[in-house]
Write a new protein. Structure first.
Length: 174
């Protein structure tokens, strides 16, 4: 269908009523669906983790922690979004992934009513990072796809590397 000059372009909006968690990485503000986050916790008891493989995409995971017998890999949000290193102080533990996201701070929870499609200026990996954009108090905020931080395939690779590492060092794993 051809659009004439007299017809305005329409921006598709998903009408929703969704609660999101607003967080900061440096000075950049993001939103993530509250239902995608199992828990928000302090950064403590983190263990160093080295993948030991040339998978560049997994360099963003350098730490992990155990909780209730489950291993969670920590994704540094600044590295994931390719931002200047921040000062991570909180972890967003993801609900349906073996991961958590290290962020600088949590602002608050917020109800949003619309998510706008990403403009064409967002290209490459960025298109996978975000569900779209929302407007909060006059500011545009990217709404993050929780699954973009750590895919199931990446989680499987990391878990296998951890098992292999523990086997090679003689540590027993569950």
């Amino acid at each position: 269908m051809k659009i004439s000059q007299s017809q305005p372009l329409r921006i598709r909006r998903d009408r929703i009523g969704e609660t999101v968690i607003l967080f900061f990485v440096g000075t950049a503000r993001f939103a993530i669906a509250a239902q995608a986050v199992e828990e928000i916790r302090e950064i403590d008891e983190l263990q160093e983790f080295h993948f030991g493989s040339p998978h560049e995409k997994l360099d963003k995971v350098r730490q992990m922690f155990m909780r209730q017998g489950k291993t969670y890999f920590v994704v540094n949000a600044a590295e994931h979004f390719r931002l200047a290193p921040g000062n991570p102080a909180r972890l967003l533990v993801l609900r349906h992934a073996p991961g958590s996201v290290a962020v600088d701070s949590i602002e608050r929870m917020q109800e949003i009513h619309a998510i706008h499609e990403l403009p064409d200026a967002f290209c490459g990996e960025e298109r996978n990072w975000y569900r779209g954009l929302t407007l909060i108090r006059g500011q545009v905020v990217p709404v993050v796809r929780a699954e973009s931080f750590l895919t199931k395939a990446e989680g499987t690779l990391l878990a296998a590397a951890l098992r292999s590492s523990r086997k090679n060092t003689g540590l027993v794993t569950a």
